[in-house]
Design a protein around this ligand. Structure first.
Ligand SMILES: [Cu+2]
Length: 120
């Protein structure tokens, strides 16, 4: 490589590196979606999120009945989970990374209190 070419290329490479930095720093803040655990319902009962979204279940302060969040069906390889039981003013969170359909329910009110989350 000629010296002249090197002198020309070095600033170009440096500039490219400088412009690449902010783009790299700006990406990858995990999205968060808060959903309600309100007496006898998850709100919303059905939602669609992007892979890597952190789902935060928030027990309403006015609840009078105990609830939990149990993952009963999920894409292959995803570990099932069961939240602690709580009545009011409690939160539980899980990050959903695998694409597919997740089905959840409250073990105390399994017939009426269900949620479906689609990750895509
Ligand atoms: Cu419940």
């Amino acid at each position: 490589m000629s010296r002249r070419l090197t002198v020309l290329l070095v600033p170009v490479v440096l500039l490219a590196a400088i412009f690449a930095l902010p783009a790299q720093g700006a990406k990858k803040r995990a999205p968060v979606k808060t959903v309600g655990v309100v007496d006898y319902a998850y709100t919303p009962a059905r939602l669609t999120v992007r892979p890597g979204t952190r789902i935060v279940w928030k027990w309403d302060a006015a609840n009078s009945a105990p609830h939990d969040v149990k993952l009963t069906a999920a894409p292959r390889g995803v570990r099932r989970f069961l939240s602690p039981t709580a009545t009011a003013s409690f939160t539980f969170a899980r990050t959903l990374t695998a694409k597919g359909t997740y089905r959840l329910l409250c073990t105390f009110h399994a017939t009426v209190m269900r949620q479906t989350i689609v990750v895509k």
